[in-house]
Ligand binder design. Structure first.
Ligand code: GLU
Length: 478
């Protein structure tokens, strides 16, 4: 990453700067302001695992930013760059994110300093189980206190190991499965969790385009249909966002940036084919249906309507912000735009849909999974057939009318099937996620449009989130 080191704030400083800009517009007592800003605790665990004939020592973190609501929530990331500052910045973002989308959690985040690609699956299992043990014995994994989830470098597989490890250590805890979210469906997971963050990005964009006034602020008009999109990172989040935006909303994916370079095609790339290519070859180099660009980061500056950084923090910084052409950036990753770049882009009139809102789909569906685990029943199990039976009553009446009216009126061919079918878990999860993303956007947009001193959606989001956290602290007498 080519940053102008002297002026560029760190990720942690960026989050603090953005927080400070927002609280300057609020009327909070200074003590409460400080209480909300600081990170409550960060635990560092170091542990050894015997691998390949020798003991290797690993360093992991779990940071708890705010316990105004418990459990605290946030993913566990596996990456070589993991460090205390990063984990703390991410934990703070989780606090604001959860407040914004009204999931009843405080903010937390974890990380293990490791390159998961260097290990065999059974080795990763040993490392993950040992890490989970270290965290669980300190109550840093616990259904009522601290509930991790996937993040960069982790997924369903790791969550299943963590859940099993916790259950082994807490054999009589009937709620053991709720100790972690993002588990596979057969191990207590929920339908739609894997796609959730990408799906949330899609729902966020759909809601943005339902607000013509906000769209106009970016200088664009119309709907998502035909919009040109560049996505950085075709991992779980970027892949699902790109796939849904293309297949369901008619957006065209004109650039895909990966670790080893980027692909560009102004006529649109085939997301599925690129994803398969990456799966087989480990990168985008060599893919034939698009122009390969070795210096992938330059494609962030490509001419497009919507830029989706879905990889990691700090990729849009003081060194490239002034060259970004997209009028709209949606932060699918956490912290992809530094505070310095944020100033440059705001000045330019670029609209940024901020991370704490844009990627909140993951934790939203995590919330549904946690509730499902605690209630020990799948969503829809009680009501689905009853709903169908009631719909059948209407369909039967309509069928009579159909007969009676002859050619004058007839039921549409697929109406009966569509209307009769009660919602399954996946449909309910998507509906809950859609509702959450719409309502949260409306709260931010309202602040953005109604206050002269609020010039961007990020500040608006912070204002909404901090106000909710403050209300919660006040209710506790702080
Ligand atoms: N790691 C995701 C995030 O940053 C998901 C967190 C969760 O589901 O708890 O939001």
């Amino acid at each position: 990453m080519n940053m102008t080191a002297a002026k560029e704030p760190s990720f942690r400083e960026s989050v603090d700067l953005m927080f400070n800009r927002a609280v300057a517009l609020m009327d909070l007592p200074p003590g409460l302001e400080e209480k909300i800003r600081v990170c409550n605790a960060t635990y560092t665990v170091r542990f050894g695992v015997r691998l390949r004939g020798q003991i290797q020592t690993f360093t992991g973190y779990r940071s708890v930013h705010s316990e105004h609501m418990e459990p605290v929530k946030g993913g566990i990331r596996y990456a070589t760059g993991v460090n205390q500052d990063e984990v703390e910045a991410l934990a703070a973002l989780m606090t604001y994110k959860c407040a914004l989308v009204e999931t009843p959690f405080g903010g937390s985040k974890g990380g293990l300093k490791i390159d998961p690609r260097q290990y065999e699956e059974y080795e990763l299992e040993m490392i993950t189980r040992r890490f989970a043990y270290e965290l669980a014995k300190r109550d840093l994994i616990n259904p009522s206190q601290n509930v991790p989830a996937p993040d960069m470098g982790t997924g369903e597989r790791e969550m299943a190991w963590i859940a099993d490890q916790y259950a082994r250590m807490n054999t009589t805890d009937i709620n053991a499965r709720a100790c972690v979210t993002g588990k596979p469906p057969h191990a207590g997971g929920i339908a739609g969790r894997v796609e959730a963050t990408g799906r949330g990005v899609q729902y966020a964009l759909r809601e943005f385009f339902r607000h013509p006034q906000d769209v106009a602020r970016s200088g664009m008009q119309g709907t998502l249909d035909g919009k040109k999109v560049v996505v950085q990172g075709l991992g779980n989040v970027g892949y699902h966002a790109a796939k849904f935006l293309n297949a369901e909303d008619g957006a065209s994916i004109v650039g895909i940036i990966e670790r080893d370079g980027a692909l560009v095609d102004d006529k649109g790339l085939d997301v599925e084919a690129v994803r398969n290519w990456i799966g087989r070859h480990g990168g985008v180099r060599g893919y034939a249906d698009g122009t390969y660009v070795e210096d992938g980061a330059t494609v962030l500056e490509h001419d497009c309507d919507i830029l989706i950084p879905a990889a990691m923090e700090g990729v849009i910084n003081l060194s490239n912000a002034h060259r970004i052409k997209a009028p709209l950036i949606i932060e699918a990753a956490n912290g992809p735009v530094t505070a310095g770049a944020d100033d440059v882009l705001r000045e330019k009139g670029t609209v940024i849909i901020p991370d704490m809102y844009a990627n909140a789909g993951g934790v939203t569906v995590s919330y549904f999974e946690w509730v499902k685990n605690l209630s020990h029943i799948r969503f829809g199990r009680m009501g689905r057939r009853q709903e169908e039976a009631r719909h059948q009553l209407i369909v039967d009446e309509l069928a009579k009318l159909d007969q009676h009216l002859g050619d004058a009126w007839t039921m549409s061919p697929d109406f009966k099937d569509k209307y009769l079918r009660g919602a399954d878990e996946l449909e309910l999860v998507r509906s809950g996620l859609d509702d959450t993303m719409r309502i949260a956007y409306q709260a931010c947009s309202e602040v953005w449009n109604s206050r002269d001193d609020v010039n961007d959606l990020r500040t608006a989001s912070y204002l909404v989130a901090i106000d909710r956290v403050a209300t919660s602290y006040r209710a506790k007498g702080l």
